[in-house]
Design a protein. Structure first.
Length: 181
């Protein structure tokens, strides 16, 4: 494990959220958002209205920027996410989870909670000098973001199947290459 467990989950969730904003809209409606929240274990109040869905969608380009800019600008983005939400870190335990950090009250709007959870995780990445673990998927034309949590920093492809696609493409290329005598 590279970071604390809750940090790793938050980073993976942030990448997944950014990647819903692709060629196809991954969050077309509130039902899709519900499914996303369930997949990534988000708790707390959900309003299930259009405004909430839009706030979550609007968070995506802001988080994507974190993959695109240098360290100082990452810090600027992370600090403003925390400041706007008036984040106040508190150790809490609830449901099945032992003590972990929450930096927003449970009644804060969903998009705020998601923003702060991501921001708190990026705080750890910056403090550990691990921003190189944030990458763009190597598969051509993909453009998805990748968070590499592997020990040897070897993750090159996003979780949308690009690793398999690349392996198939490499296999085909080998088969169609002229046989060397
Ligand atoms: Zn919690
Ligand atoms: Zn990809």
């Amino acid at each position: 494990m590279v970071f604390a467990h809750d940090t790793e989950v938050a980073l993976a969730a942030a990448a997944a959220l950014v990647n819903t904003d692709g060629y196809d809209e991954g969050l077309p409606d509130n039902a899709a958002l519900d499914e996303f929240l369930q997949t990534w274990g988000f708790t707390g109040e959900v309003r299930h209205d259009e405004a909430e869905l839009n706030e979550v969608r609007e968070l995506r380009p802001r988080l994507r920027r974190i993959w695109q800019v240098d360290e100082d600008e990452v810090v600027t983005i992370v600090n403003s996410l925390l400041r706007e939400a008036q984040a106040l870190p508190q150790l809490v335990k609830h449901d099945v989870w032992s003590y972990h950090l929450h930096a927003t009250p449970p009644a804060a709007p969903l998009a705020t909670r998601m923003a702060v959870e991501a921001a708190m995780a990026f705080v750890d990445v910056v403090r550990s000098d691990e921003l190189r673990r944030l990458r763009i998927c190597d598969y051509h034309d993909c453009g998805n973001v990748v968070i590499d949590l592997s020990k040897n920093r070897s993750k090159r492809f996003c979780d949308d199947g690009c690793g398999n696609r690349a392996a198939v493409a490499a296999y085909r290329a080998r088969k169609s290459a002229p046989a060397t005598p």
